[in-house]
Ligand binder design. Sequence first.
Ligand code: ZN
Length: 349
Amino acid sequence: MSRTDLPNFGSDPHWTDPTPEEVVPGVHRVPLPLPMDGLRAVNVYVIETDSGLTCIDGGWAVAESRTQLETSLNAIGHRLEDITRFLVTHVHRDHYTQAVAVRAEFGRATVELGIGEKPSIDMFHSPELDSDPTVDRLRVAGAHDVADRWHAMFAGRDLELAQWAAPDRWLDGEHDIEVGDRVLRAVPTPGHTAGHFVFADEAEGVLFAGDHVLPTITPSVGFELVFADDPLGDFLGSLHRVRELPDLRLLPAHGAVAESSHQRVDELLAHHDHRLDLCIAAVDPAGSSAYDVAQRLTWTRHERHFDELDVFNGAMATMETLVHLDLLVRRGRLSVDEVDGARVYRPLP
Ligand SMILES: [Zn+2]
């Protein structure tokens, strides 16, 4: 999920067309539908090998998505049961849950996920999950009314715990993975979530980027069950790590294929520098919460006012502001105090 910028896939609005696209020989981009999601679709990348199919990401486990995955695989001469392996970029449900569902249905595919996601997977199965951590997070940001509305929206929803079964293997550290004749470099890219991975096929010149680098929207940072200490710092570090790889064609999880991973990483780094400057300028000398600052900024490429955002996007905007302010505290630009459970920031000289 990634929507601090609302989607507008301007240059190529047709990327959600369900017809599979062969992006390089033997690798197919398979867009799958998402329920109730502004992102509209998620790309699963299907890699053909002599011993079955490896999928980068799995999609969101809903009936329409399973049907589309089956139809798309049939269109390229394969079946669902040919999938032997899922390499999942991160734990968000639009990427992870259908991998688990296909594994359960056919008993053949293995599922691999970054070990940084283990606390989130464990949390789903923990008795501690009696309150919604996002609500707590919104209160830390001083956004009590958004927290109340978020709680009302999600209270009582079934967590569907079977969808969050553990993977077969945890990906740990940067390493190479053989997929048929290919070698994928698995690179930890924490930030969007703590356990996010990208997979680089340098010989082919492509980067399976998950939600770490998206072509036209900026990924949300740190929207997960267990909050990282410094998700924005992690995210910026991960962007620099990907910038050190060769310039690769960008195969994103949401949006059309783009030509240059370097160009997009540079744009994302510049975006966050700019947002950090705007955040500092919006902090009142008398003290501001993240919620105060979020309401003074504009959102999405359309420069929308905070009040124009729905509950979900208002919450994302608030949490996005929180991680920017916390990074500015780490950088010595702001001070922070806690008042009634909410963080209050002040400029430092
Ligand atoms: Zn996603």
